[in-house]
Every structure is written in C-alpha cells, then in structure tokens.
Write a new protein. Structure first.
Length: 61
C-alpha cells in the first residue's frame, strides 16, 4: 500500500484535461505528473497556476 503524503508540496498545473488537472511537483520535475480531479482544486486554476498542497488540501500560491 502506498504511503499518504500530507505535504507540504508545491505543484504547478501542467495541463488541464476536462475534469482533471495534471500537476507537476516543482521540487522534483522528473517525477510523473499527478492526476487530480478538478473538483478537489480551486475553481479558478489555469495551466501554469502554482498550488500548495498540505493536509489533503490544495491552495493557490
């Protein structure tokens, strides 16, 4: 079972595809993009938006 990471982690919205956004870790750009349902993200995000993740919540930076 995969360990939960409660952050903090900084992300950039790399791509938006319908109901999903693909996030790139800013400190580890070689990591695979993380697919997240847009319903879990701030509604005003766009490609290039910086996000802060901590304790299972995403906030715009």
């Amino acid at each position: 079972m995969e360990d939960m990471n409660f952050g903090p982690i900084e992300y950039t919205v790399a791509r938006i595809d319908g109901d999903y956004a693909y996030l790139q870790q800013t400190e580890h750009p070689q990591e695979e993009l993380k697919c997240v349902a847009r319903a879990l993200l701030p509604p005003e995000i766009a490609e290039g938006t910086m996000l802060h993740y901590e304790m299972m919540e995403y906030h715009m930076v």
